[in-house]
Design a protein around this ligand. Structure first.
Ligand code: SAJ
Length: 425
């Protein structure tokens, strides 16, 4: 049985550690956060992910998974620490560097080191490999280094960790093979071997593809407003073509992946990436677009009440990182003429500076309700209740997700169909 040391017990490291532990490996999970370590050792976790609490309880109680503040000697090391961005949008790989330095003294001949964190192209070859070489390790024959990017969707992590295809890019073909074999023991999807830089770039291009595609949809929203066509119908019809797949427009692109990863490519090839840069700008402009639309809609009302429905970066999760909804909220709160009431069924009150009202309280006497996240609760709202509670029953749906039709007593404005809309009076 092999021993695996997973460095970083976040959204990726923890489920990864748990899955290897479930398969019978001896796993030690490492984190700098004492609370994460102590709670894990008592079988508790601090993040939300479907099925994870039960799995962690099981593998901690059967002794296969334990947590520690420092890495331990193992056969395989998996680094899954965050790679945030600096204010200038360049990648901050400090945690990857620190993790590599911490494990370097523990290495033994035959060990496999895998970086799962999302990293700019050439990070494995130019930054991680030299750290291990500095300790005297020969990366041809003795220690096997590879990048294997995580590709899972929050909410489906335990399923996708097993089912998705994994790309394993080693610094040598043997490293790809050795790292690939680590995943082959637990992954049911394909495990494909390539070079480190190809693995780094393919991961970044997956998220960049979505970001650019969403930018196209968001640009269509603005064009549609100008020329008077319903962007949602346009996308629906265009997507009936077997080779067209335009993504959905919205209030912006959030999360720690799509809104971040394209910058990792841009920083390495500024002149060659105008399309990727422009797409980031378009998506970053959407919160302002939504704020302006809200201002327009309530411009004829005195101290209007605006109900903000949804704050997370996407539906049915509790994550507000890089959330365009949070940006929109911050902007609206600056406007004294507005009375803002927020409701998000997933976000805990302690994470917010404003009150998280119940849906009913947020809607009571509101002049406008703005849906910023496609939580299931908003898709199935009760029409009669809205009419009873709101002063003006008007909904601005920026996610094109609510079930309420525009032919009843409620005015529903969709983000892709805003041409010629008059302020509420
Ligand atoms: N969004 C749109 N329109 C769309 C789809 C998404 O505006 O048509 C917005 C969402 O509302 C959200 C943002 O984009 O604000 C990102 O959401 P997402 O569901 O596309 O992705 P993430 O960031 O939760 O996860 C992505 C996934 N990548 C791909 O699907 C290619 C996931 O598989 C990756 O593991 C993850 O990034 C990551 O960690 O890189």
């Amino acid at each position: 049985m092999k021993k695996i040391c997973v460095v970083g017990l976040g959204y990726i490291g923890l489920p990864t550690a748990a899955i290897f532990a479930r398969s019978g490996y001896e796993v030690v999970g490492v984190d700098v956060n004492e609370k994460v370590v102590s709670s894990l050792n008592s079988g508790e976790i601090l993040i939300e992910e479907v099925g994870l609490p039960e799995l962690v309880k099981e593998v901690v109680s059967n002794g296969n998974l334990k947590a520690s503040l420092a890495p331990e000697e193992a056969d395989v090391y998996i680094i899954a620490v965050p790679t945030p961005i600096h204010d200038d949008h360049s990648a901050n790989v400090d945690y990857v560097v620190e993790a590599s330095k911490n494990i370097a003294p523990l290495l033994k001949k035959g060990n496999v080191v895998i970086v799962e964190s999302t990293i700019p192209p050439r990070t494995i070859d130019d930054i991680v490999a030299p750290i291990l070489k500095e300790k005297g390790w020969n990366l041809e024959d003795d220690v096997f280094l590879a990048h294997c990017p995580e590709r899972v969707l929050p909410g489906r992590i335990l399923i996708e960790l097993i089912e998705n295809t994994r790309i394993v890019g080693g610094v040598t073909p043997l490293a790809s093979k050795k790292a690939g074999d680590v995943y082959r023991a637990v992954v049911e999807g394909q495990v494909i071997e390539t070079e480190a830089i190809t693995a780094e770039m393919s991961k970044l291009m997956e998220n960049t593809f979505r970001d650019v595609n969403i930018a196209l949809a968001n640009e269509l929203v603005k064009i549609s407003r100008r020329i008077g066509v319903n962007a949602h119908h346009v996308i629906e019809l265009a997507n009936m073509h077997p080779r067209v797949n335009i993504h959905q427009p919205g209030p912006g692109v959030g999360g720690h992946c799509l809104a971040v990863d394209p910058y990792f490519i841009i920083e390495k090839a500024v002149e060659e990436s105008p399309l990727i840069q422009q797409s980031r700008k378009i998506n970053n402009s959407m919160p302002d677009f939504v704020v302006n639309e809200i201002k327009h809609l309530v411009s004829e009302l005195n101290k209007p009440k605006v109900a903000i429905l949804g704050l997370t970066y996407k539906g049915n999760i509790d994550d507000v990182r890089e959330s365009p909804a949070m940006e929109i909220l911050q902007e609206l709160l600056k406007k004294d003429e507005l009375n803002i009431a927020v409701h998000d069924p997933f976000v805990q009150q302690e994470k917010l500076k404003v009150t998280n009202y119940s849906l009913d309280d947020a809607l009571t006497d509101a002049d406008l309700a703005v849906v910023l996240t496609d939580h299931n609760q908003f898709k199935n709202m009760d029409e009669n209740k809205i009419v009873t509670l709101m002063k003006h029953p008007v909904i601005f749906d920026t996610k094109n997700c609510i079930g309420i039709k525009d032919d009843g007593p409620i005015n529903v404005y969709k983000i892709g169909n805003l041409s010629g809309i008059n302020p509420i009076s």
